[in-house]
Design a protein around this ligand. Sequence first.
Ligand SMILES: [Zn+2]
Ligand SMILES: [Zn+2]
Length: 234
Amino acid sequence: MQKEFLEQCLAEGMSLEAIGKQAGKHESTVSYWLKKHGLEASKTGVHAAKGAPEKVDLERLLAERLSLREIADRLDRSLATIRHWMRSYELESERSARLRESKDACRTRSKTASLRCPKHGPGKFVARADGRFRCAQCRMDAVAKRRRSLKRILVEEAGGGCVLCGYTRCDRALEFHHLDPKAKQFQITSHTRSLARLRAEASKCVLLCSNCHAEVEAGITTVPLNLSPDTCPG
Ligand SMILES: [Zn+2]
Ligand SMILES: [Zn+2]
């Protein structure tokens, strides 16, 4: 049995029995040839038989920001069917709207644009060096993430905890205290620089927890000289 013939029958929603009747073959023969051609009887047949999805259903699911594949699953239709009806209803998925708007923004060569982020929704995007746009919130998140991972490395290298009280629980409550304020070039945690530069700066510091740091800055506590990094053997 020809593949094209079987495909056509399936697309029309015909059952195995109906196909068999039309071809003058037994149902099991039809089933054999479907398998041979890698076609799926029940599913494709059911999809085709269900007919067009309602426009309102598609609009509702699109509003839920589902992907076309998810919509196909929800409506129990094939992806091709959903694509086809999206085109004929002139509907646009969030993803394709995003891509189209992004392309338009690139063409205008502006520095910022109002686009949609799959994670943060509609918002401000900023142009990157290559001219493509990136969600400003995503970029801030990435910077914060990099900052946290750099700090983790520096904290680990500085002994992992407060040199005075041994506190280790939370990196955010650990600070780099410059032993010689005159040697300070920048505040370590407020900058995103290369690890090498941060390391160089951290080498002039001891690690203190926020409480001990406040006490040191207030003059209540002093950092013993033998804890300074220069005199520290390791
Ligand atoms: Zn984002
Ligand atoms: Zn402490």
